[in-house]
Design a protein around this ligand. Structure first.
Ligand SMILES: Nc1ncnc2c1ncn2[C@@H]1O[C@H](COP(=O)(O)OP(=O)(O)OP(=O)(O)O)[C@@H](O)[C@H]1O
Length: 279
């Protein structure tokens, strides 16, 4: 199985790049209501994919389905070349360890300290002595730019930005290959949001992480995302660089990427290296 492949990073994926997540013909319905219908999506190793779409189009449903928190009616989801449904128990556990998740509001356990939150996945999947788990937790805390004394703080003692970082540290606890971020910059001020974006880019560059980021944040899309996918009409309407978005005639895509707010971000960020124009 393909879980141990090397993690060479790839930004502007050429054809032969490795697909880390492959979704085919995916249909998800609640009763009679289809939310996703025959959706296809690929994510390439080492890229930051920004996922956008109007409210209620199914971005969370797709992410939760890929994470197997929701069932699908038909279609396949392959992660690192493995279809979870056809995997044995050992493969499933290995796959689980390759996925990290940062939920929108951090979703830290309030009765646990930051260190204990980070160690939860370690306790679930690994059998390590406490001293090693402590070392690892401090490493993750440093990795996300928190001070060491954050380790013994409870979530209620942290600012919004610190909660996001602590939750990211927990998402990275098992050194996953693919991290899902649900609106990671929502609720942060513009400076905090920009710093968080830069942290994501740095982690991708240093760890070779692949990032699936659901976001409404135009700054994030333009500054750190290598590729953008737009969800609409129950499927991926368009995917590619910002230039591809700008060339798209779908009315929602047009107003989102060519609207007044988008134009002001593009003007400010012309020099950035993300999916923005000129890349
Ligand atoms: N558990 C559920 N049961 C029934 N319907 C659901 C359930 N979860 C989501 N839906 C419906 O699926 C649709 C897509 O919801 P989803 O939360 O994925 O949208 P979204 O694109 O993430 O929106 P937003 O940007 O506002 O977060 C909505 O119509 C929602 O009501």
């Amino acid at each position: 199985m393909a879980l141990q492949e090397d993690q060479t990073q790839s930004r502007a994926h050429p054809e032969d790049d490795k697909v880390i997540l492959s979704v085919r013909d995916l249909t998800v319905a609640f009763g009679e209501k289809k939310v996703l219908d025959s959706l296809d999506l690929d994510i390439y190793r080492g890229e930051i994919l920004g996922f956008v779409g109007a409210s209620g189009t199914g971005k969370s449903v797709l992410m939760r389905t890929v994470l197997r928190l929701l069932p699908h009616s038909s279609g396949s989801i392959r992660i690192l070349g493995v279809d979870y449904e056809h995997a044995d128990e050992q493969q499933r556990m290995q796959l689980d360890m390759q996925l990290g998740v940062l939920f929108q509001h951090g979703a830290l356990f309030s009765a646990l300290t930051v260190k204990e939150n980070i160690q939860l996945p370690m306790r679930e999947y690994l059998d390590l002595p406490q001293s090693l788990m402590d070392e690892l937790a401090y490493l993750k805390i440093e990795m996300v730019g928190l001070a060491p004394d954050a380790a013994d703080k409870y979530p209620s003692e942290l600012s919004g930005g610190m909660i996001k970082r602590a939750a990211l540290a927990r998402a990275l606890a098992l050194d996953p290959a693919l991290v899902f971020l649900d609106e990671p910059t929502s609720g942060l001020d513009p400076i905090g949001a920009a710093e968080f974006d830069q942290l994501i880019a740095k982690l991708r560059d240093t760890l070779g992480l692949t990032v699936y980021m659901v976001t409404h944040d135009l700054d994030s899309l333009f500054s750190v995302c290598d590729r953008i996918a737009v969800l609409g009409q129950k499927r991926v309407l368009v995917e590619g660089t910002l230039d591809d978005m700008l060339a798209c005639d779908d009315p929602w895509v047009k107003s989102y990427f060519r609207g007044k707010r988008a134009r002001s971000v593009v003007t400010e960020d012309d020099h950035h290296n993300g999916a923005g124009p000129g890349k």
